[in-house]
Ligand binder design. Structure first.
Ligand code: FAD
Length: 381
């Protein structure tokens, strides 16, 4: 068995994910976890078969026991990906798996059993196999390898591939240059973000081009859909989710004589300069001074989003091979012997360990399918 990889080494996206703490999976009840994958039934079936417990057992078997961290997120004890990847590669080596780096898959030969690769020196090579598991990723962070270059070949073979689009990424807002310069990198702590009636709480990071992280990521799909349909999406930020509007109104009731707006908001509501800046941005620097209107605004600061971050900066990709194109073993119906796993498939999930969980689970499901086929058809290379 051979693993082909076009980069000089394998697992670069996994190593990147490990840099900020490798969130391998999630410890919530399985039914809640499965719901994170929406209506992607074939992905849910794979996750049911190779569930979070199986993934944690696999990791522990490679010397990386796991722990449940904040918000039930599961991490390896080292929190990094390096020890896990190193142990995994050692196991594959011991099993006789060959790893061919600097081999870029560029398409099929005459048959779907023939794979064509381009090597680093530009030369091309062909190989035939009984079964192939494709796990070429989506198109986020292309500098670590997954660049979506496979899409054209799959489409040319008649496979329906939905456009790869950014998921779990930032929302683009046209800040004034002064605000962007002053507040980029600052957090809006413990706020709630509302998109189309769904609220998510957490800490948001202000960037030069909009808002990112925390509650923004799980709302990406809704924002992206609205932008695709209408060209824009109005999101609302609740700067004080622990207080209701009347409590805020009460706190704002007494403004001291000559007190500036900033001092008033800081004293009455402990708003940070960044949060006050957001109020100014949302109103064109015309923040209402009557307590009732101001309280209403603090509970729902409307911000116009014009787009989402480019896919190259997104945590993951939406889109990919339509799930109707694969059978229950993740084999492409049109290409017998060809299996697909991970972000190549059209499913979407929030951050929290769900992305790696589904990538591993679909990888296991596809591998089982390929092994079953190999058992029927002879040697796989
Ligand atoms: C910054 C960041 C942090 C993340 N953190 C987490 C996290 O903590 N938890 C979590 O669950 N998820 C996280 N993710 C997402 C997670 O890393 C991905 O969902 C997962 O790696 C997808 O796995 P995959 O196998 O589908 O694709 P990838 O991991 O992208 O692997 C695809 C591989 O195929 C290779 N390849 C691509 N095209 C070709 C070709 N034509 N020929 C040969 N080889 C090719 C690539 O070089 C790459 O090695 C993070 C992502 C990013 C960007």
């Amino acid at each position: 068995m051979t693993v082909y990889e076009h980069m000089p080494s394998v697992g670069r996206k996994l190593l990147l994910a490990g840099r900020s703490g490798l969130n391998l999976t999630h410890a919530e009840p399985l039914s809640d976890l499965l719901a994170r994958y929406g209506d992607a039934e074939v992905v849910q079936a794979a996750v049911r078969e190779f569930d979070p417990t199986a993934l944690r057992t696999w990791s522990a078997g490679l010397g990386e026991t796991t722990f449940i961290g904040s918000s039930d997120r599961v991490f390896p004890h080292s929190t990094r990906a390096t020890p896990l990847l190193r142990a995994w590669l050692a196991r594959l080596d011991a099993l006789g798996v060959r790893i061919a780096v600097r081999h870029r898959w560029i398409g099929w030969g005459a048959e779907p059993t023939t794979l064509r690769f381009r090597r680093a020196d530009g030369s091309e090579v062909e190989t035939t196999c009984d079964a192939t598991v494709f796990a070429l990723g989506g198109a986020s962070w292309p500098r670590v390898g997954s660049d979506g270059g496979w899409v054209a070949s799959f489409r040319a073979a008649g496979v329906v591939v939905h456009e790869l689009r950014p998921a779990n990424c930032g929302a683009l807002i046209e800040w004034t240059p002064e605000f962007a310069e002053r507040c980029a990198g600052q957090p809006l702590k413990n706020v709630a973000l509302g998109v189309a009636g769904t609220w998510v709480r957490g800490d948001i990071t202000i960037t030069t081009s909009g808002l990112e992280s925390g509650p923004v990521y799980p709302q990406t799909a809704a924002i992206r859909t609205s932008v695709e349909r209408t060209g824009a999406c109005t999101i609302v930020v609740d700067l004080q989710p622990d207080l209701d509007q009347s409590a805020i109104h009460q706190r704002l009731a007494r403004r001291r004589p000559k007190e500036s707006l900033s001092t008033w908001l800081r004293r009455a509501l402990s708003l940070t300069p960044a949060a006050i800046g957001v109020l100014r941005e949302a109103t064109g620097n015309d923040v209402p001074s009557d307590p009732e209107s101001l309280a209403r605004l603090v509970k729902a600061v409307p911000l116009l989003v014009r787009g989402v971050s480019p896919i190259a900066r997104a945590i993951s990709s939406a889109g990919g091979i339509a799930l109707t194109e694969v059978d229950e073993h993740l084999m492409l119906r049109r290409l017998p012997g060809v299996f697909a796993a991970g972000e190549m498939l059209d499913w979407e999930a929030p951050t929290g360990g769900y992305l790696l969980q589904a990538s591993f689970s679909t990888g296991v499901a596809a591998a089982h399918g390929a092994l079953a086929r190999q058992a029927l058809g002879g040697d796989a290379r």
